[in-house]
Write a protein that binds this ligand. Structure first.
Ligand SMILES: Cc1cc2nc3c(=O)[nH]c(=O)nc-3n(C[C@H](O)[C@H](O)[C@H](O)COP(=O)(O)O)c2cc1C
Length: 185
């Protein structure tokens, strides 16, 4: 398997002093921009905040407390949203489009020596008001981006999670051939 894919994971230990520059973020967002999408509809939209600025604070304030307990140390918080319609009408497969863009972005982050952790745990209903977002735009995910920090600085329960072995289902449970449930591998 490609080393980039093998080394991507979702850390919570961020360096609270590290800076990620706008030039670095431009590379990550270029990677996202070149993702495929249904009919090239490009439904992904982003709101970008750097630690210390007002946008970071407003994204941070929408996070659930469990995520706030570690994400404050991130250098960047990036909100990912989808437009659900354009001038031609409703758009299909918008979340799929954002997901592909985000995977490009997090893999580019690994290649750039950064760490990235996606979060669905935020109050989506607060986002529209915080950013004067149109009703037909749907917030989907927040990504914390930064550089690795010290695990010992995390709350005790998160230190344990951070050291836990990463696991996945075997292919025998997820890839079928012939009939549903019959393993291909
Ligand atoms: C859409 C999405 C939502 C997620 N939401 C959260 C979250 O709210 N908080 C969190 O700590 N991790 C969250 N994660 C991270 C997952 O828990 C993590 O990707 C999964 O456990 C696999 O671990 P890995 O990314 O290290 O391989 C989310 C990941 C995705 C893709």
């Amino acid at each position: 398997m490609n080393e980039l894919i093998a080394s991507r994971w979702s850390p919570r230990a961020f360096d609270e002093h590290a800076v990620v520059t706008p030039d670095e973020m431009r590379v990550l967002l270029e990677a996202a921009r070149w993702a495929p999408s249904h009919g090239n509809s490009q439904p992904a939209r982003f709101v970008l905040g750097y630690r210390g600025d007002d946008t970071f604070k407003r994204i941070f304030d929408t996070l659930r407390t469990g995520n706030q307990s570690w994400a404050w140390r991130a250098s960047v918080l990036l909100l990912g949203a989808v437009i659900t319609a354009d001038s031609r009408g409703p758009l299909p497969n918008t979340d799929y489009g954002l997901g592909l863009a985000m995977e490009n972005l997090v893999l580019q982050a690994v290649d750039s020596g950064l760490i990235a952790h996606q979060m669905g745990g935020f109050y989506k209903e607060h986002v529209h008001e915080a950013f004067s977002m149109p009703d037909d735009v749907r917030p989907v995910v927040v990504v914390a981006i930064g550089r690795p920090g010290r695990i010992e600085d995390l709350p005790k329960d998160l230190q344990e999670k951070e050291r836990r072995e990463r696991v996945r289902r075997p292919l025998s449970e997820t890839v079928f051939t012939g009939s549903w449930g019959q393993p291909a591998f």
